[in-house]
Design a protein around this ligand. Structure first.
Ligand code: CA
Length: 223
């Protein structure tokens, strides 16, 4: 899952980025409002963490403009003051939730999980495809009840595939949701990681059908 953090306080922005990367999110950071707005309009994100007060263009204006452009990416607004009018203004502008600074990182994670959960996952954060199960609350992956250890990128790739079962995803779609803007993504990076996943998800389970499928000329799907 890919997240954009728009925050002018470098210390906060960088620690949020580091923390989220440890949780397997791909993260881009913008330190000014206009840079954040540009990235949010051009790139595909699963969530935007948007500071309320920013140089050049503030969070309210960014949220409003994105919604006017029919960009419906969930927005979690950060506000320093925590005043009621501030929060109402943020929600009115199109933010989906807000968090008052300073906040505990655990709370940020909980809000992110709540905002990125699809309605159909209302039973929890467990995704299943055949006998493969992924629990996004504790990063547990199992196939036929056997635990599977994944690296953080492998996990992010599998989660993205499992959120779109039986749907062909192009390499470009995969790259834009699993890797951040600055990452060195070579043309065969997706193939390489798909290979890693197959070695862990499909190869050890020889009596079970292979779940990760190549759709020649298009991309990949799980199902
Ligand atoms: Ca600020």
């Amino acid at each position: 899952m890919r997240i954009l953090v728009v925050e002018d306080e470098h210390k906060i922005a960088n620690s949020v980025k580091r923390g989220l990367e440890q949780e397997s999110y791909a993260v881009d950071v913008a330190y000014t409002g206009s840079n954040g707005y540009d990235l949010a309009s051009v790139e595909e994100y699963d969530l935007i963490i948007l500071d309320r007060l920013l140089p050049e263009m503030d969070g309210i204006e960014i949220a409003k403009k994105l919604r006017e452009q029919k960009i419906h990416t969930p927005i979690l607004m950060l506000t320093a003051k925590g005043q009621v009018t501030d929060r109402v203004e943020g929600l009115d502008a199109g933010a989906d939730d807000y968090l008052v600074k300073p906040f505990a990182f655990e709370e940020l994670l909980a809000r992110i999980r709540a905002l990125t959960r699809r309605p159909k996952d209302s039973l929890g954060m467990i995704l299943t495809v055949s006998d493969l199960m992924l629990n996004s609350a504790n990063y547990e992956v199992k196939r036929s009840a056997k635990s599977i250890q994944l690296s953080s990128k492998e996990y992010a790739l599998l989660e993205y595939l499992m959120r779109h079962p039986d749907q062909t995803l192009t390499k470009d779609q995969i790259i834009s949701h699993v890797w951040n803007y600055d990452a060195d993504v070579l043309p065969n990076t997706v193939e390489v990681y798909i290979g890693y996943l197959r070695n862990k998800i499909d190869k050890p389970f020889k009596n079970r059908p292979a779940l990760i499928q190549t759709v020649r000329g298009f991309g990949y799907k799980i199902g």
